[in-house]
Design a protein around this ligand. Structure first.
Ligand code: ZN
Length: 213
């Protein structure tokens, strides 16, 4: 995958600390560029034709027999249907499948007194913008999130190992809404040592120009 070619594709900016819901039809691809290298992207998928079929991390881990999401793996739904594939990955991989999307309560527990933007609210805000209400928040796939583990089972939370400009490509295996949140976490170093949420670039290589604008 050539980054210069990506620049020619229809482009969207996922603003730092915000979310977006994009319709991807079966076979359609999306390139997610980590502009800074340090930004985690919480990711969900919902069946366009049945909002009660959604990406389920427990089935994804189980069917892949893996706790990370790696190149070639598929994300599966609660009905165990493939929803999308990690087609290519320029990063060292190890995308987290274990930890929760951040919530308002999580920031309260970190000592934040006022409202703090969070991935769970970004998920619902992005869906509401396309006319979808869901009464629950599924577990997220945490792209670029670096959560190494010890054999004792202990988890760590470290800055991403991806470099600025590295891309991953997802391909839809059914008609989905893909929901992405550029994680607003600025208390812990999960989005890099600078603790500064960053924008993410999205390219839609096989989408007609203007379809998502
Ligand atoms: Zn988050």
């Amino acid at each position: 995958m050539m980054k210069e070619q990506n620049r020619l594709d229809p482009f969207l900016l996922l603003k730092a600390s915000h979310g977006i819901a994009l319709p991807l039809n079966k076979g359609q691809e999306i390139i997610i560029e980590n502009i800074s290298g340090n930004q985690v992207v919480d990711t969900w998928a919902i069946n366009q034709h049945d909002r009660h079929e959604y990406m389920a991390m427990e089935h994804t881990r189980s069917l892949n027999s893996h706790i990370f999401f790696e190149q070639g793996m598929k994300a599966y739904s609660n009905l165990r249907h493939p929803m999308f594939t990690l087609l290519s990955d320029q990063t060292p991989g190890h995308h987290d499948t274990l930890l929760c999307p951040c919530t308002e309560q999580l920031y309260q527990q970190l000592g934040v007194k006022q409202y703090h933007r969070n991935c769970s609210d970004n998920f619902h805000e992005a869906l509401r913008e396309v006319g979808i209400e869901l009464s629950f928040t599924p577990a997220s796939l945490n792209l670029f999130m670096n959560v190494p583990f010890k054999t004792s089972g202990e988890l760590d939370r470290l800055p991403p190992v991806s470099q600025a400009g590295e891309c991953i490509t997802l391909a839809a295996d059914m008609d989905i809404w893909l929901i992405l949140s550029a994680c607003p976490q600025d208390i812990t170093p999960i989005n890099g040592a600078s603790r500064t949420p960053q924008d993410i670039a999205l390219y839609l290589p096989n989408t007609p120009e203007g379809k998502h604008e």
